[in-house]
Design a protein around this ligand. Sequence first.
Ligand SMILES: [Zn+2]
Ligand SMILES: [Zn+2]
Length: 366
Amino acid sequence: MNAQAAILYEVKKPVVFEDVEVLEPGPHEVLVKWTANGVCHSDYHLITGDSPHPLPVVLGHEAAGVVQKVGAGVETVQAGDHVCSSYIPSCGRCWYCIGGQPTMCALRDKPRWFMHDGTSRLRTRSGRSLHHYLQVAGYATHTVLPEQSVIPIRKDAPLDVVCLVSCGVLAGAGPVFNRAKVQPGASVAVWGCGGVGLNTIQMAKLMGAGKIIAVDVMKQKLDWAQEFGATHAVDASKEDPVASVHALSGTAGVDYAFELVGTQKTMEQAFNATHRGGMCVVVGVSPAGTRLSIDPGMLLQQRVLTGTSFGGGHQRTDVPMLIDLYMSGKYKLDEMITRRVPLTQLNEAFDLMLAGEVKRSVVVYD
Ligand SMILES: [Zn+2]
Ligand SMILES: [Zn+2]
């Protein structure tokens, strides 16, 4: 069948929109018609070359849609099911999945730009094989994914909203309850208050954090942070954020610092902003080759420096849980979406994201 897709042929060039051929789903694969895909920074790292990736590739990894057809042996979904994409698959059978860390699933060791058999299900009209970004390829109207890369969700949830849970929402909120396990009254600082960090702030509030200190260099993002639950705002372009967080915490550092920017400087700042025995959780994706410089004496003071992928918990239950919170009015998602755009405006949507003018844009298909 045919689909429209956004293809990255060359780094540092705009993505190109083309009709592509979608092959039939193989065993343990599903054909999905996407409804929407949120515009996330991780795709942009491929465009700049900061995340080296084989090309050409169909981007997109924050998608929601409806299963059209399933291949042989598929047991967990059927045609008509609504699904969120899972850019980290979980097989449910490997050492990690059985041991309770499905975001570390052994399937991550295989190249995640093809199906598990090492081949593509997307081709250009001239027959050229296309890579599937993170086995999701959400910037296509239709695509094929491994069964392990879709998460069934309730059918009454609006797909053009809950697509955000497939990356930004879980990536930002998950570390708060899965990794830090923030307790009522705890002090929290959040570096980076864009589409992911706002979820960290929102979940910290939901968990009952006392102080929630937002750190960013853009006033607009600090304003958003306060709308989503931040109690204090620190403009890192005007003041030393580590000193300010130390002072605001009242305890010479926060219990938990979350880093969602992905630079050496902000990761070091976040770690240095914790008090003795505190924890810094890195969520931001950094360019390949990034290294940190920390004082090991701070580790002897029992600080924890850690990180998470895709929320650091159980994606197959965390995604439906967050959607339930949204559907019951306890979690803001509508307010996360600044713009809805057609696929052909994806390059412009990346520009607005870089300018910091949107919380999240969502590409919506007809
Ligand atoms: Zn993402
Ligand atoms: Zn597994």
